[in-house]
Design a protein. Structure first.
Length: 299
């Protein structure tokens, strides 16, 4: 059995050093993207129709050489590989130029530029944004418990996006995934979020922790709601999930903890885009609620 970190040992002798390096980078990227979506390799295999064995090979840098040939074609035309595999329609020239311009900025300047655009283009929407609170974070952070209490405290409606999605689809989340796949779930997620925002001026909303994996939907959430990241340690996340009666993570506790840490690491950059952060580790529900209410009211 090979280790996921055995990239050196898995080098293909029929490829150059540069090509082997590219396959290792590609495998790591696929593994990170899978983790951000909270998907196990088995779940991805079921959704994609690709065997777990092949996914394991791909994620350890031992994938099919066809991606190398595709990369060679892209390099031959002086284009990034993403331009060849893009599924959506060609983007407007103005957007292409804007992206190129912004790519010169540091992360700090990009954050400033985004805020500037929001203020200039969405001034009317920003006024009401503070009245719409969204709590983001992983399962076990306390989103549902604190969200329902905060909504009651502020006398506003409380929405769990997962339940709205089930109402919209007429099926439970497990059925949506098994019957229609992740793509359909993401469409219902965006549609349900738009419906809640369009029909309610004030509310507290709890979306799924993986909403950050869909940049367009997450950006819509950020620009439409005052977002608060409920942050907790990996250990406390695990303890709370088990306390809720889900013992699956304990089946292989070390592997589960490793996966959880990888998911958190992969989502930190997006979760950090929230308007405020409330640390819930080591705090009682009452203490966390008081801290949450303070940042929301002061906003």
């Amino acid at each position: 059995m090979h280790s996921e970190n055995s990239g050196e040992r898995l080098k293909r002798p029929d490829l150059t050093v540069e090509e082997n390096g590219y396959l290792l980078m590609l495998g790591e990227r696929i593994r990170e993207l899978r983790a951000r979506r909270g998907m196990t390799r088995k779940a991805l295999a079921q959704q994609s129709g690709v065997s777990e064995r092949y996914l394991a090979q791909l994620e350890t840098g031992h994938g099919n050489i066809s991606i190398i040939l595709l990369r060679q074609i892209a390099l031959g035309m002086g284009l990034p590989l993403v331009d060849l595999v893009r599924e959506e329609p060609e983007q407007p020239a103005e957007l292409t130029l804007l992206v190129q311009y912004l790519s010169r900025f540091s992360p700090k300047k990009l954050n400033w530029a985004r805020g500037l655009l929001e203020n200039e283009l969405e001034t009317s929407g920003k006024t009401g944004r503070r009245e719409r609170v969204a709590l983001i974070g992983l399962r076990g952070a306390g989103k549902t418990t604190l969200g329902s209490l905060l909504a009651k405290n502020l006398d506003v409606p409380f929405f769990e996006l997962a339940k709205t999605i089930e109402q919209e689809a007429g099926a439970e989340l497990s059925e949506i995934f098994s019957l229609y796949g992740q793509g359909a779930y993401r469409r219902y997620e965006r549609r349900s979020l738009e419906s809640i925002i369009e029909n309610n001026e004030r509310f507290v909303l709890v979306p799924g922790g993986s909403i950050v994996s869909e940049p367009a939907t997450f950006e819509f959430l950020l620009s439409s709601c005052y977002t608060v990241w409920l942050k907790a340690s990996p250990e406390e996340h695990m303890e709370r999930v088990v306390a809720q009666g889900d013992y699956r993570p304990m089946k292989d506790s070390q592997e589960a903890m490793d996966d959880l840490r990888r998911i958190i690491a992969g989502r930190i950059a997006m979760y950090s885009k929230a308007d405020a952060i409330v640390e819930t580790s080591g705090k009682t529900v009452e203490q966390s609620l008081a801290a949450l209410r303070e940042v929301v009211v002061s906003a």
